[in-house]
Design a binder for this molecule. Structure first.
Ligand SMILES: [Zn+2]
Length: 322
């Protein structure tokens, strides 16, 4: 069953009541004239999607192609073959051919492309879809009085998009900034960057851009894994950078000004994931966990090199830049 949480009149944050761990929240904008507009309504149960499709649908938006946001997308196309599904370029190509996704996200090169496919198709029931419309950053969509503007927030994925949502008929109605997976999770501010294509330098620029937009207007923030933020919280995005800073300071403490360290010296020391989650793959451990740890440390190293704090010496070995 879907739980609807009102953000403003006719616009809701929705989530499945399933206790399954891997799911996300989405946005439903009710509009009789254009049909309802949906963002990231992956839900969990098939019948939750059937219920959403009882109303006319004007468009469906995908913020980015991570599995918790898209594994049920095929049901929309199955139940409503004429539905218009929009997705930021180039991630739209992951939805029609999953091989594009395992190439760009690095699982293929890491040797776990098949396991990742198995997780997507067998465990989560993902299916490729036939038709999806790619859109560019900053694209503005209008449906009756509803204006939806795509705001690029890359870094977490290649082309993740946030959406600014506004009802131009009702000036007194507050605007909504849906920031998807920027990192405002329920438990803590945490910017996940475990795939190969993630990039922290780009993520920092994303934070500055979204912070400027948020501070320039009266926005309510909604996101995929956190609470609705009604009251202005000026530091909400900057806290994500502070989180990164903390991890990078821990990483700097593991490096030496003279003795080069490699990834092998830095992995599985509790820097990213707690030590208890590293069960050997032979003993049934999840092969994705070491993959994510590997990438996230590399992204921090790349970020620290960019910021002049670390120097690469030799092949994938690093020292502190003192
Ligand atoms: Zn994501």
């Amino acid at each position: 069953m879907l739980i609807y949480e009102k953000i403003v009149d006719d616009i809701f944050l929705i989530r499945s009541d399933s206790s399954f761990w891997f799911k996300c929240q989405g946005i439903v904008i009710k509009n009789k004239k254009s049909g309802n507009l949906l963002i990231d309504c992956n839900c969990f149960y098939k019948n939750e999607i059937e219920n959403l499709l009882k109303d006319k649908i004007g468009a469906y938006f995908v913020s980015h192609v991570h599995l918790d946001h898209v594994y049920n997308l095929h049901y929309y196309e199955e139940f409503n073959p004429n539905i218009k599904i929009y997705c930021p370029i180039p991630e739209n190509e992951y939805l029609t051919d999953f091989n594009n996704f395992i190439r760009d996200n690095g699982t293929l090169a890491f040797g776990i492309g098949d396991q990742f496919k198995g997780f997507a198709f067998k465990e989560l029931g993902f299916k490729e879809i036939k038709s999806v419309i790619g859109f560019n950053p900053e694209t503005e969509f209008e449906f009756d009085s509803i204006k939806i503007k795509a705001i690029p927030i890359p870094g977490h994925s290649l082309a993740q998009s946030a959406f600014s949502i506004e009802d131009t008929n009702e000036q007194s109605k507050r605007k909504i900034l849906f920031v998807s997976d920027i990192g405002l999770t329920e438990k803590r501010a945490w910017a996940w960057h475990g795939f190969r294509y993630s990039n922290l330098e780009i993520f920092r620029e994303t934070i500055k851009r979204i912070e400027d937009i948020y501070l320039s207007d009266d926005y309510i923030i909604a996101s995929s894994h956190g609470r609705i933020i009604f009251e202005k919280q000026p530091d909400v995005f900057n806290n994500l950078l502070i989180g990164l800073e903390k991890t990078e300071n821990d990483l700097l403490n593991m490096l030496d000004p003279k003795k080069p360290r490699s990834l092998e010296d830095l992995k599985f020391k509790g820097l990213i994931f707690p030590l208890k989650v590293f069960k050997p793959v032979e003993k049934g451990g999840n092969p994705m966990v070491p993959f994510f740890e590997h990438n996230m440390i590399l992204h921090h190293i790349e970020d620290l090199i960019e910021r002049g704090k670390v120097i690469e010496v030799g092949n994938k070995q690093w020292i502190l830049n003192n």
